[in-house]
Design a protein around this ligand. Structure first.
Ligand SMILES: [Zn+2]
Length: 372
C-alpha cells in the first residue's frame, strides 16, 4: 500500500436510492461494491468511509425550483409507501418515465438529499484543506435538471458542487469531467452559458443512446461559449479512442484552463459488457481513467472530487469502481477482468474518434490557444 489513504463519502441511506423491481438502478449495487472493497482492501488502513447528512431545502434551492422539490418530495414519499399512481406520474411535468420507480423502491428522495449532502461535505473538506482527493459513492446524477428529473437522476449533485464552490468559496475555474457512457445533459444545461465551469464530457454517440444530446457542435452559448466540450465516441470505442481524446484534447485544454478544482464523475457503464451502453472499456481501462484524472490534477494543485454511481452489469461494479479509485489514488490493485473479453481493436472506430477530435478542434480553436 502506498500513496494517500482513500477517503470515501458514503452513508447507508444511499442504499435507498433504489428504483425498485424491474428498474436497472437498484440500491444493492452499492452493497456489492462495499462487499468487494472489504474483501480487497483493509478498512481504516487503506480506506475510510465518512457518512454525511441529507441537505435541506435551502441547499437544494441552489440547483432546483421550489415547485420541483415539492413535487418530488411528495411523489417519492408516496412511491416509498407503495401508493404511487402511475397514470398521474406518466403525465407529470416534473419527471420522465425512467424516473418512475417500480415496486418496493427505496426512500429515493431522502437518499438523493444524502447524495447532495456528500457533495457538500466533499467541497467543504477539500476547500478546508483536510483532503486533496475525495470520492462520493452514489454521486454523479448528471441527468437531473432544475425542474425536471430524468435518467434515474433526481437532484444533480454535480451541479450542486459547482454552484456551491462558486457561491461559498468564490471559485471561478472549475473543471467538470464526465466519463459516464451517457451524455451529461443536466450538467451541460446548468452551465451552458457559464465560463466559470468548463464542462468536458466523453460519452457514447448521442445518436445511438439516451439522452440524445452531447454533440460536438454543442459548445456553450454567450459567455459560456467554448466552455462546454462534448466528445461523442462511436459504439464499441475502446481505450485507444479514450486515450486519443485525453491526450489530444482534454490534457491540453486542462493545462490551459488551470482549474482550481476538478470534479470527475462516472462509473462503469462504458464497460464493454454493460447492459445499458455499448462502449468497449475493460476493468484495467477504468484504472487508466483514474490515473489520467490523477495526472491532470497537477493543474488543480491536486484537488479532485470524484463521484461514482453508474454501471449496470453487477459483476463489474466491484472491480470496476475500485479500478477507477485505485488509479486516482495511485494505489496498487490487482485487476482481473471477470468476464472473458475478446478485444478486437477496431480501426474504423478509432478513425471515427480521430475525425470527431478534428471536428472539435475546428469548433473550439477560437477559444483555446492549445488547440490551434
Ligand atoms: Zn450512464
Amino acid at each position: 500500500m502506498s500513496g494517500e489513504k482513500i477517503t470515501l463519502l458514503y452513508s447507508d441511506e444511499v442504499n435507498e436510492y433504489d428504483f425498485g423491481e424491474g428498474h436497472p438502478f437498484r440500491g444493492h449495487r452499492f452493497k456489492i461494491f462495499f462487499k468487494f472493497l472489504d474483501k480487497t482492501l483493509h478498512k481504516n488502513t487503506d480506506f475510510e468511509i465518512i457518512p454525511c447528512s441529507p441537505v435541506e431545502d435551502k441547499d437544494l434551492l441552489l440547483i432546483c425550483s421550489e415547485e420541483y422539490i415539492k413535487y418530488v418530495k411528495n411523489f417519492y414519499e408516496l412511491a416509498y409507501q407503495g401508493k404511487i399512481n402511475y397514470l398521474t406520474a406518466l403525465g407529470s411535468n416534473f419527471i420522465s418515465i425512467d424516473n418512475i420507480p417500480g415496486q418496493n423502491c427505496g426512500n429515493i428522495e431522502k437518499a438523493a438529499r444524502v447524495i447532495v449532502g456528500q457533495m457538500k461535505k466533499a467541497c467543504d473538506l477539500i476547500m478546508e484543506g483536510t483532503f486533496k482527493k475525495i470520492v462520493s459513492i452514489g454521486g454523479g446524477l448528471h441527468h437531473a435538471k432544475p425542474s425536471f428529473g430524468e435518467g434515474f437522476c433526481v437532484y444533480n449533485d454535480i451541479a450542486f458542487a459547482a454552484k456551491y464552490l462558486i457561491e461559498k468559496y468564490s471559485l471561478r475555474k472549475i473543471l467538470i469531467l464526465d466519463t459516464d457512457a451517457h451524455g451529461g445533459n443536466g450538467t451541460m444545461e446548468y452551465f451552458y452559458e457559464d465560463s466559470r465551469v468548463l464542462f468536458i464530457d466523453i460519452h457514447q454517440d448521442p445518436k445511438t443512446i439516451y439522452p440524445g444530446t452531447g454533440f460536438t457542435w454543442q459548445i456553450g452559448e454567450g459567455a459560456g461559449k467554448g466552455f462546454t466540450i462534448n466528445c461523442p465516441l462511436p459504439i464499441g470505442a475502446c481505450w485507444d479512442s479514450y486515450e486519443y481524446v485525453f491526450q489530444n484534447l482534454i490534457f491540453p485544454i486542462t493545462e490551459e484552463f488551470m482549474p482550481e478544482i476538478i470534479i470527475r464523475y462516472g462509473g462503469t457503464d462504458p464497460h464493454w459488457n454493460d447492459t445499458l451502453a455499448h462502449l468497449g472499456l475493460t476493468i484495467a481501462d477504468f484504472r487508466k481513467i483514474g490515473e489520467f484524472t490523477q495526472q491532470i490534477s497537477h493543474f488543480s494543485k491536486g484537488k479532485v472530487i470524484d463521484a461514482i454511481a453508474s454501471g449496470y452489469n453487477e459483476k463489474i461494479i466491484g472491480p470496476g469502481w475500485l479500478a477507477l479509485i485505485s488509479g486516482l489514488y495511485a494505489i496498487p490493485f490487482h485487476i482481473e477482468e471477470p468476464e472473458n473479453f475478446q478485444k478486437n481493436r477496431d480501426i474504423d472506430t478509432f478513425e471515427a474518434t480521430k475525425t470527431m477530435v478534428r471536428k472539435l478542434k475546428e469548433n473550439l480553436k477560437n477559444f483555446w490557444k492549445s488547440l490551434k
